[in-house]
Design a binder for this molecule. Sequence first.
Ligand code: BT5
Length: 238
Amino acid sequence: MLSLQTSIVGRKVIYLREVESTNDLAKLLALHEDEGTVIVADRQTRGRGRIGRRWESPEGGVWMSVILRPPLVLEDLPKVVFMGAVAVVETLEKFGIPGKVKWPNDVLVEGRKIAGILAEGKAGTVVLGIGLNVNNPVPEGAISMKDVLGSNVPLVDVFRTLIARLDEAYSLLKERPASIVEKAKSRMILGVPVIVVGEDIEGIAEDIDEFGRLIVRKPSGEVVKVVYGDLSIRFAQR
Ligand code: BT5
């Protein structure tokens, strides 16, 4: 019915009207499901961001997780996050919306958050969770595809496009992991003043390195590499 023609991502799709968190369910199902299995729900009652933050997931958005078994080590988890971010930006592009990646795991449109990525991994399995605001109401400071386009967007088309882009990005990740970092970098907001939240670091977000670390140049000229993890950046006013 969805007519997915992907090779891995979306080989099986498990749809629920409501779930606490697609990532939590995917982690459980990963014990016996093959890679590529997608869990998608109309709404989540306990959608999660990083470090226990809440992810608002009312009906109208795409809330999904995919079970992956990439031939990578745990240090490569940022590459899986970038794979998700690239697929989201490409999906938005297909609908005529220019999106940008904000390190480490956000996608912004018009400076506001339209999507968040949550990759959680252990022992060879990674659950890649994506929340994309489509027609749903969004929290203060966030944005949806509907807000940008001015009318409702067919949710199933967005989902189908996202699955196709994720499948492409996953083959790239497996064949040439470095190219996923390059792709994410070309779509990332760089060259702007940032503050690393919770750390005493302020400077210009210059670049990312091959491990996905953010390279920040302080006003003193000193360069700091911010490790991907639970840290976030805030754009600073100059
Ligand atoms: C994220 O966390 O951005 C990752 C979000 C991942 C959500 C997906 S949905 C499917 C799967 N199942 C889950 O349970 N989760 C994943 P973080 O960087 O920690 O950002 C969280 C912050 O984003 C919150 O503290 C809010 O400020 C903001 N936020 C919450 N809901 C939002 C929404 N719908 N749109 C935009 N921003 C939101």
